[in-house]
Design a protein around this ligand. Structure first.
Ligand code: ATP
Ligand code: MG
Ligand code: MG
Ligand code: MG
Length: 488
């Protein structure tokens, strides 16, 4: 089954169960001070769970563009190194707002996976919350009893608070979750070690695919729980992982979500990617594979963020996007030998592939590809020199810690985000001094403030001549957007 058809099968199934199908919310959030990017399907419905407003329907389903690169969910460091965590991914979700509850949610999840998609029942494990008496949260007996109708008890795993209990914050709605995991190992491997032992153990072939959250409690200020007047269901399934399971492969990157992008990178760079079935590859091939995975992952995050209105910049969400793109550019430069912009060419492929379902990527294709191309050109102008400087610094460093001032110089003069410097150093078993970096950053801020401001009552006016103006997209490093601002 092609990924397009898998997505459609999910939405059709939940439509047949009375759900209203809605479009994905934008990946970038503009009006939520607590969250920069959508990192789960429920974010756009948060207010309904808090009792503010009423949804269009008590049953809703969709696929949500998610980004997990900052805050509570940050998977960036795993991306490229493992085969099932992405920066941007789609989360298929179905919701009940005070309507159906555990019985229907779990029955439908099981029916969809085993009867519609016909996944092998013997590869599936489920988990339920074990309870935590010290925090007043009970064992989820209901979910356990429901699952017993579908699977043998040895396939039901009791999970702890970290994996199997969801809370919005210290107070407010919360409740147990029930996850579904799939074991994609070979028959011989499965015969040797039970998949049960490998659930939630970071095994690349025994992965979580679906999380069903049951909001049934409200946590009060004193920490105690009370039953919510209306109980809700919030589910999230990793689309790319589901495609992996359905397409009989063992890496998300070997599904048709990623193969067209990988083929394009191969065509541009002349490098070859080896799929996950090919074992015992050389160290160099492994690096090539990681670089290709990083690039095809990151381009999706960056492209969809730009299409949703978030341009790369030097602050806030824009800087997160710039950092992701620079990480990809450097992987290309170092491991695929790409000295010219090329990532922008993947936007066309992405648009062909995802455009039918996400029209924004088609509508914004030219803008997205131009912005990425400019960003690439701009960073490539300083990348080589910066890497050379870093090499010299490393050669001069005794021990494993590079000076924070040098890391700051890379940031300030060569545009190296500090996590990129950290990543390159980590490849050499090294790090830099964070405290020194922050100190240099603060000193620089103080200097530029002193140089560019004079005080006139409660307004600060930037001194003409000291203001670096925005002169084009490739010169945003010193961008100053605001020329007058109120002193705080
Ligand atoms: P994991 O334990 O694998 O990190 P999670 O428990 O953090 O996943 P949830 O927050 O429960 O994930 O999200 C619901 C589903 O979204 C998961 O079951 C998984 O299939 C998918 N998912 C989560 N994070 C990612 C990611 N970074 N890339 C791709 N899919 C993901
Ligand atoms: Mg996670
Ligand atoms: Mg998990
Ligand atoms: Mg989970």
């Amino acid at each position: 089954m092609k990924s397009q058809d898998i997505r459609k099968a999910y939405l059709d199934f939940f439509e047949s169960k009375g759900h209203l199908i809605v479009p994905s919310a934008p990946i970038v959030l503009k009006d939520d001070p607590t969250l920069m990017f959508n990192n789960s399907g429920m974010a756009q419905f948060k207010e309904f769970f808090l009792g503010n407003g009423t949804p269009k329907s008590p049953r809703i389903a969709d696929t949500q563009k998610c980004l997990r690169v900052s805050g509570k969910h940050n998977d960036l460091e795993d991306v490229g190194f493992d085969t099932y965590h992405h920066t941007m991914f789609e989360m298929l979700g179905n919701w009940s707002f005070g309507d159906y509850f555990k019985k229907e949610a779990l029955a439908w999840a099981w029916e969809f996976l085993t009867e519609v998609l016909k996944l092998d029942k013997d590869r599936l494990y489920v988990s339920v919350f074990e309870g935590n008496p010290s925090e007043n949260v009970p064992f989820d007996q209901d979910a356990f009893d429901i699952w017993k109708q579908y699977v043998s008890e040895d396939r039901i795993i009791l999970g702890n608070k970290k994996d199997n209990f969801w809370e919005m914050g210290d107070q407010g709605p919360c409740g147990p979750c029930s996850e579904i995991h799939i074991d994609l190992r070979t028959d011989a491997e499965r015969a040797a070690v039970s998949g049960r032992e490998l659930v939630n153990a970071d095994h690349p072939q025994v992965v979580e695919i679906w999380n069903n959250v049951f909001m049934e409690f409200n946590r009060k200020a004193d920490g105690s729980l009370e039953k919510l007047p209306a109980q809700h269901v919030d589910t999230g399934m990793g689309f790319e992982r589901l495609c992996m399971a359905m397409q009989s492969v063992t890496s998300n990157y070997d599904t048709d979500v990623f193969t067209p992008l990988i083929e394009k990178v191969e065509q541009i760079t002349g490098k070859k990617y080896t799929n996950n079935e090919i074992k015992n590859i050389s160290e160099e091939q492994n690096k090539t594979n990681i670089a290709i995975r990083v690039i095809v992952d990151h381009v999706r995050a960056v492209a969809f963020a730009i299409a949703d209105g978030q341009l790369p910049s030097n602050t806030g969400a824009g800087y997160v996007i710039r950092r992701i793109l620079r990480r990809a550019i450097r992987y290309g430069f170092t491991f695929l030998n790409t000295k010219e912009p090329f990532i922008y060419q993947l936007v066309e492929v992405l648009s062909n592939q995802m455009g039918a379902f996400f029209p924004e990527i088609v509508a914004q294709k030219n803008l997205v590809s131009n912005v990425i191309k400019e960003e690439e050109a701009s960073f490539l102008r300083t990348l080589d020199q910066g890497l050379q400087l870093l090499e010299n610094v490393v050669a001069e460093t005794k021990g494993n810690e590079v000076s924070g001032e040098k890391a700051f110089e890379l940031y300030d003069t060569f545009g190296f985000p500090k996590d990129l410097t950290a990543l390159i150093l980590k490849e050499k078993g090294m790090s830099f001094n964070e405290g020194e970096f922050e100190k240099s950053m603060q000193e620089q801020k103080n200097r530029s403030r002193a140089a560019s401001e004079v005080s006139t009552e409660d307004w600060n006016v930037l001194v003409p001549g000291n203001v670096e103006t925005f002169v084009g997209y490739d010169q945003t490093e010193n961008e100053v957007k605001i020329t007058r601002f109120r002193k705080v």
